[in-house]
Design a protein around this ligand. Structure first.
Ligand code: SF4
Ligand code: SF4
Length: 313
């Protein structure tokens, strides 16, 4: 029997915005995109890796517990006695002695391996909370990055009658994408920008595959519900031309629902904890009035548009 293991960086019970009802959201590691505003940049690396939170660190209270724990010269202390990671060394680490020593969780290993059995046990436990209409949502990262594990879990969920949802970029080989979708009841698919060059510039890949997969899904016999999702970022994708291109694409594919998400900076501290610089500290905000205007552009073209957490399930 196949026993694939999956890498997961978070599991949240009692989610109410990731699909119908009360759900368990499973955040899977790995993503083919690299959006410069990403709220979950810890998902990008598909292996356990270290994060350091200066806010949680007790160095100002004299804590030095992690000092000398690293045998690879990955950890030093600056003039203020604050721990400093050398991420060029840490990215190859597999032992994480520093994190084992830190009781404050300031040094934290992100992502953990789960077997299908371990994950199914968690879902079975949580199913008592779901009541009718709830279920599991696979998010990330992009769950399609671990399609073998995802497929195994999805089949087990369906055997147990569990409602399944996915949040995905749809950036994957068409065959894999459609195979996964066969086991999905509800999907949020991300759209970042309709222009392929602008998409590549900020999300790291061209959007052709995403669009062709959405079209293939729309033409297929899939019976699930699809809501497109777009983070609205001022100066990037909030212009009329981009919205009208998206309206055209949705009309062409017979898609009737979109969820637009106001830009937020919830991921900013994670970029710092991973030793990376964040481009959107000062930009990206979109006004409520512009969100309403965009909503109206969709509504005028027979597309239901939900703002933020207003999606009707
Ligand atoms: S053990 Fe943790 S809390 Fe203490 S100095 Fe090291 S990182 Fe900070
Ligand atoms: S993650 Fe590994 S290499 Fe980096 S400081 Fe910790 S123990 Fe050292």
């Amino acid at each position: 029997m196949v026993n694939t293991k999956g890498l997961i960086f978070d599991i949240q019970s009692f989610s109410v915005h990731d699909g119908p009802g009360c759900r368990t959201t499973v955040f899977m590691s790995g993503c083919p995109l690299s959006c410069r505003w990403c709220a979950n940049p810890e998902s990008w690396v598909k292996k356990p890796h270290i994060m350091f939170s200066e806010l949680s660190c007790k160095y100002e209270k004299g804590c030095r517990i992690c000092k000398d724990k690293c045998t690879k010269k990955g950890l030093s202390f600056d003039k203020e006695n604050k721990p400093v990671l050398n991420f060029n060394i840490c990215k190859y680490c597999t032992t994480f002695e520093c994190a084992k020593a830190c009781y404050q969780n300031a040094l934290k290993v992100c992502s953990k391996e789960y077997s299908t059995e371990e994950l199914m046990n968690i879902l079975t436990r949580d199913s008592n909370n779901w009541r009718s209409g709830g279920g599991v949502t696979f998010s990330g990262g992009d769950p399609l990055s671990q399609s073998n594990f995802l497929l195994e879990i999805l089949k087990k969920c369906k055997e147990k009658g569990i409602h399944t949802a996915i949040e995905t970029t749809a950036y994957s080989k068409e065959e894999i994408f459609l195979d996964v979708m066969k086991h999905i009841d509800f999907a949020f698919i991300d759209i970042k920008h309709m222009d392929r060059e602008k998409h590549k510039d900020k999300a790291g890949v061209y959007n052709d595959l995403i669009h062709s997969n959405i079209t293939s899904l729309a033409k297929s016999s899939w019976k699930g519900r699809l809501v497109l999702r777009m983070p609205v970022i001022h100066g990037f994708n909030d212009n009329d031309d981009n919205i009208l291109q998206l309206v055209k694409f949705m009309n062409f594919n017979g898609l009737v629902e979109i969820n637009i998400l106001p830009f937020h900076r919830l991921g900013e501290s994670k970029w710092t904890q991973l030793g990376q610089s964040y481009d959107y500290s000062l930009e990206g905000d979109v006004s409520d009035s512009r969100l309403k205007e965009i909503q109206n552009m969709f509504l005028q073209n027979s597309i239901v548009c939900y703002i933020g957490h207003d999606t009707l399930f």
